[in-house]
Design a protein around this ligand. Structure first.
Ligand code: TYM
Length: 330
């Protein structure tokens, strides 16, 4: 039996955060040995907000360099840009015709993003989960490694696939989410009841993968905690400390109980420094590799060209089958 298939992606907006790393990329890296992995840069999804064209181009290449710096190996995984593979937009159109307005209106991310960009609630923002479903279904993915915030989109993907299969017979593999680990939802350092986000405008709320060590230390030192001064896991009453514990646990592999013991009798100052130090050393090799790669556009171009070729071959098979089944003349 062949290897199981993975597909996942990240939007090309600005800087990646520690949340994207712990919730997604860090898991992707571990899956490369055992799965056939497809890791995409969701540049078409990025169009749902307004971008300066030069920034979008720059962010896309930077994200590609970050994938590779974080340990996604182009020899093992298929890395590509969504816009280079026409089947994504083509299948999205077809699946739009099998997705209901009511389903899309229930998506919490649509509601959140509409509130955030009230002056630009475009139809791409509304149908965005259908493009995401197409990304996944084209590759017949078994598993989709994502953070907690994408769970609802995955459920919709399964619903659309089941609906299509029920009408036309087995066409799409029904994918499972792979939402794993203690850091599937990393929260903001200033607002620990909201997720850490690339687009956060609150100063010191997000740790960016490209932050210098002194900046990382400063952000953790300033992170919001509580007045109890006891390192104890309690998301309800101690969201700040609990979030720091999850980050520390995800990186060191220590359990929540071990962490509570390790910091018994010590103050938050010591704990915050320890969390910052483990994040700094986790990110150091990534940052060094990134500085090298970003100077090498030819190598990055080779990666996305090879990726586009492989991704096109896989996705066209599925698209052809869909077109044939729904009655388009081939
Ligand atoms: P995006 O670009 O918002 O986020 C990329 C990945 O990072 C995860 N993530 C987090 N995990 C833990 N804590 C956080 N604070 C945090 N913030 C983000 C997200 O869950 C995601 O895994 N629609 C997707 C991109 C996409 C996609 C796909 C993903 C397009 N097509 C197909 C999977 C399969 C998105 O906007 O993710």
């Amino acid at each position: 039996m062949g290897k199981k298939v993975i597909l996942s992606g990240i939007q090309a907006t600005g800087n990646l955060t520690l949340g994207n790393y712990l919730g997604a990329i860090n898991n992707w890296k571990k899956m490369q040995e055992d799965y056939q992995c497809n890791y995409m840069i969701a540049d078409l999804h990025t169009l749902t907000i307004r971008n300066n064209p030069e920034d979008l181009r720059k962010n896309t290449l930077e994200l590609l360099a970050l994938y590779v710096s974080a340990g996604i190996d182009p020899e093992k995984s298929n890395i590509f840009l969504q816009s280079h593979v026409p089947a994504h937009a083509e299948l999205a159109w077809v699946l739009n015709c099998y997705t209901y307005m009511g389903e899309l209106s229930r998506m919490t991310q649509f509601k959140d993003k509409s509130a955030k960009h009230a002056d630009n609630i475009n139809s791409g923002l509304f149908t965005y989960p259908v493009l995401m479903a197409s990304d996944i279904l084209l590759y017949q993915a078994d598993l989709v490694p994502v953070g907690e915030d994408q769970k609802q989109h995955l459920e919709l993907t399964r619903d659309i696939a089941n609906r299509f299969n029920a009408i036309y017979g087995e066409t799409f593999k029904i994918p499972d989410g792979y939402i794993q680990g203690v850091a599937a939802r990393v929260m903001g350092l200033q607002e620990p009841k909201s997720k850490m986000s690339k687009s956060s405008t609150i100063p010191n709320d997000a740790i960016f993968l490209k932050d210098e060590p002194d900046v990382i230390l400063k952000k953790f030192k300033k992170s919001v905690t509580d007045s109890e001064n006891v390192v104890r896991f309690d998301t309800e009453n101690k969201p700040g400390i609990s979030n720091l514990m999850s980050i520390y646990s995800a990186i060191t592999g220590k359990s929540k109980e071990d962490i509570e013991k390790e910091f018994e009798g010590k103050g938050y100052g010591d704990f915050k420094t320890a969390v910052a130090e483990c994040v700094i050393s986790e990110l150091r090799p990534l940052q060094e590799k990134y500085k090298e790669l970003i100077q090498n556009p030819d190598y990055l171009e080779k990666i996305y060209r090879d990726g586009a070729r492989k991704a096109t071959a896989i996705s066209e098979n599925t698209l052809r089958d869909v077109y044939q089944k729904i009655g388009l003349v081939s």
